[in-house]
Write a protein that binds this ligand. Structure first.
Ligand code: GDP
Ligand code: IMO
Ligand code: MG
Length: 430
């Protein structure tokens, strides 16, 4: 089994959780490398449904190590609650199977307050963030005023660091955003307790991962969000604040890029996006609503309705190129049953001319006219199919067309949220 990076190939919520859960059976370690609790990764096992926000999606597999890498940002209260709930549900989430890099940055109450205040101040121009403080915590990391897990677990370091940064953050929060200041005592007392509880998980995760690779263990690097939400290559500024592409795996874990053997992209059989920003293949009106209902397209983190649209092969080709995606796990094909016609976007037109590359600005993307190829739909329920040959001819044609127009091989097709609802088209990473 190679070391594999698994990323969302669209705008997030592609089904990364369920695919990482599946593949994690075959690896030794699953490490998350970016994002925070803006993520919501769903795993369904029989009647049990677990939504993970911070924890790697290998945590439900016995005998596997889960690691939260330095590129992730953690909200300690949310993380501790997530651990508690997993344990209550009968799973293991303790220092034997969970490690957190001590370089991981911590989301503080002022990050959340700044995120929310900015979004409400920006009104129509808002990003549509998850309101979890993600942008502000990554800003502080880059501005060199962040608080790391290593600080959180050491009361003296936490006190010193808070004294260095809190005045400035409070000035911004109150004078620029018109919010309320955050008191040192309150935050120190609460957060040093979280530090105490998280101390047992804290480690030099980069060393742990590199030593494990030297010993012959293999690693799955789990991305959050998706290629089109990446801070550099996504639909900026309507993106998240981290490197959600495969390139983020190395700086987000402290493992060299040369250790990565392959990149698997997860894509839905159609497209969704939650929050604001351009979405060339968005379907409005009744048809869009039909897709939302059929796919249960409501955010796993915020519960917001997801915007729905046709499969965008032009965007996927771009995502595949910049991230080195060599194969795709296609999810939610079952949701497309009952649509007479299906469109696949194979190109973009801008001001009447066909584009040769994916636009770098949102205002161009807003004016894109998608070029569609229309496909025949199928009526029957396909969720019980076990083999490709059991799918209707139109569904097989749809898959063939997706491979043809994206240039990427589809290696699994999933037909339902639970573990067994999946067809393997090729041997895993053959
Ligand atoms: P992630 O953020 O990429 O892990 O994806 P989410 O968990 O946010 O959203 C994916 C949703 O689709 C979850 O509710 C999954 O249980 C569900 N899901 C995943 N694969 C399939 C599938 O093949 N068919 C159906 N119907 N649902 C799926
Ligand atoms: P998973 O890992 C879908 C979106 C938000 C918003 C933008 C910025 O479950 O696929 P942020 O809170 O990160 O500053 O919000 O990014 N977004 C996601 N959309 N899935 C996610 O995660 C997302 N995480 C952030 O809706 O548009
Ligand atoms: Mg999600």
């Amino acid at each position: 089994m190679p070391n594999v990076v698994v990323i969302g190939a669209q705008w997030g919520d592609e089904g990364k959780g369920r695919i990482v859960d599946l593949i994690s059976e075959k690896v030794d370690i699953v490490v998350r490398y970016q994002g925070g609790n803006n993520a919501g990764h769903t795993i369904v096992i029989g009647k049990e449904k677990v939504v993970l926000h911070h924890l790697p999606s290998g945590i439900l597999r016995d005998g596997k190590l889960s690691v939260i890498g330095n590129g992730v940002v953690i909200d300690p209260k949310v993380l501790l609650q997530e651990i508690k709930e997993l344990i209550e549900a009968g799973h293991t989430a303790d220092e034997t199977n969970l490690k957190i890099s001590d370089r991981t940055h911590v989301i503080m109450p002022y990050h959340r307050a700044i995120d929310l205040a900015r979004e409400s101040m920006n009104g129509k121009g808002k990003i549509g963030t998850t309101g979890r403080g993600i942008g502000p915590v990554y800003e502080d990391k880059a501005a060199r005023r962040g608080i790391k897990l290593a600080d959180l677990i050491d009361p003296d370091a936490l006190s010193n660091r808070l004294k260095e940064v809190l005045d400035e953050r409070n000035a911004y929060l109150t004078k620029v955003l018109g919010g309320d200041p955050i008191e040192f005592e309150e935050i120190f007392n609460e957060y040093s307790k979280y530090g105490e509880e998280l101390k047992k998980f804290s480690c030099d995760a980069s060393k742990l991962l590199n030593d494990s690779i030297s010993e012959g263990q293999n690693i799955l690097f789990e991305g959050a969000q998706g290629a089109l939400l990446d801070i550099d290559f996504g639909t900026y500024p309507y993106v998240t604040s981290s490197s959600a592409g495969s390139g983020g795996a190395s700086p987000g874990t402290g493992v060299s890029p040369t250790a990565v053997d392959t990149v698997l992209g997860i894509a839905k059989a159609y497209t969704t996006r939650v929050g604001e920003g351009p979405f060339p293949t968005e379907i409005s009106g009744e048809l869009g609503e039909k897709l939302r209902q059929a796919g249960g397209e409501f955010g796993a983190t915020t519960g917001r309705p997801r915007r729905c649209g046709w499969f965008d092969a032009f965007a996927l080709k771009y995502a595949a190129q910049i991230n080195g995606i060599s194969s795709i796990a296609l999810t939610k094909l079952d949701v497309l049953s009952g649509f007479d016609k299906l469109n696949i976007c194979v190109g973009y037109k801008y001001k009447g001319a066909e584009l040769s590359s994916f636009p770098s600005t949102s205002h161009v993307l807003d004016e894109i006219e998608p070029i569609y190829e229309e496909m025949e739909g199928w009526g029957e329920d396909i969720s019980d199919a076990k083999e490709l040959s059991e799918l209707p001819a139109q569904a097989r044609k749809y898959l063939e067309k997706l491979e043809e127009v994206t240039g990427v091989r589809i290696y699994t097709v999933s037909l339902g949220p639970s573990r067994e609802k999946i067809i393997f088209l090729h041997e895993l990473f053959s």
